[in-house]
Design a protein around this ligand. Structure first.
Ligand SMILES: [Zn+2]
Ligand SMILES: [Zn+2]
Length: 56
């Protein structure tokens, strides 16, 4: 399956997706320099939603 790279410039919604495929539609508060995704305050620090935190 080809992965379409959709650049979501200007998006201000949390781009976190949990391990159980539950999306978050809260307003984004912080952008991660590692993965380039925007997260709400709650999910930026949550490894269940932010893979960067879980990898190390
Ligand atoms: Zn990240
Ligand atoms: Zn979120």
């Amino acid at each position: 399956m080809p992965t379409t790279e959709n650049s979501t410039l200007g998006t201000d919604t949390c781009q976190a997706v949990s391990a159980w495929d539950e999306p978050c539609d809260a307003p984004a508060a912080r952008e991660c320099a590692e993965c380039g995704l925007s997260f709400c305050m709650a999910h930026y620090d949550d490894p269940d939603w932010h893979p960067c935190l879980a990898s190390v």
